[in-house]
Design a protein around this ligand. Structure first.
Ligand SMILES: Cc1cc2nc3c(=O)[nH]c(=O)nc-3n(C[C@H](O)[C@H](O)[C@H](O)COP(=O)(O)O)c2cc1C
Length: 192
């Protein structure tokens, strides 16, 4: 079986963002997993449109579009901003639609507060459902993120080694199962 392709999307462009540490750490873990290929995307790198969303806009972002067409699943790393997600993350996700259908998504939540992005993940679920993504029930949460990494992005809490294994295991299961479904079970939504 060919490798699963599971890109990572870092969801905030904020200067000095702590989420970058979490995103890079998780991406490295995915890259190290046998049978998984990944690619790192950063909302900061998208020259987002000011006046147009919807039909055909994805063609202006071929690297992102090609990655999502090829993807079996997606990891979204999101900080919690006022119990919600960053606007830039929503804008990047809105660039595509049919490309996401029947693919898995798993969330990494990052917060200064004690809930590790639980609230922002719950806020994202109804939105990604409309994109056709299937949500993993295994999240990875980084509460009090400033104390979780040193200034160079080294993780300071060994418990995450175990947690990230379970997080990736579930995403791999869902992505494998959904790939089988896309390839073997016809759907009127499989138009790409
Ligand atoms: C606009 C804004 C709103 C925020 N709202 C929350 C919040 O609701 N809950 C929380 O725990 N932290 C909140 N934070 C703090 C972030 O969780 C904190 O900055 C953390 O490091 C993750 O975000 P970062 O990747 O931008 O650093 C907020 C930060 C910003 C910039």
């Amino acid at each position: 079986m060919r490798d699963l392709f599971l890109p990572v999307l870092l969801g905030t462009p904020r200067k000095n963002r702590q989420s970058e540490h979490a995103a890079k750490w998780v991406a490295a873990k995915l890259a190290g997993r046998t049978g998984v290929e990944t690619q790192f995307f950063d909302v900061r790198d998208f020259d987002l449109p000011r006046d147009h969303y919807g039909t055909e806009i994805g063609e202006r972002f071929p690297e992102w579009r090609d990655a999502i067409v090829r993807a079996d699943g997606l990891v979204i790393v999101t900080p919690e901003y006022n119990h919600g997600y960053p606007g830039a993350l929503k804008s990047v996700l809105d660039l595509l639609l049919k490309e996401y259908i029947h693919k898995a998504v798993a969330f990494v939540g990052v917060s200064a507060g004690p809930w590790g992005g639980t609230r922002v993940i719950e806020a994202m679920v109804p939105m990604v459902r409309e994109l056709g993504l299937a949500v993993s029930f295994s999240d990875l949460n980084f509460p009090g993120v400033a104390s979780k990494f040193d200034s160079e992005g080294n993780l300071l809490d060994a418990a995450y080694e175990h947690r990230v294994t379970g997080f990736i295991d579930e995403l791999v299961w869902m992505s494998t199962t959904l790939r089988w479904g896309r390839e073997n079970v016809p759907s009127r939504f499989h138009t790409i």
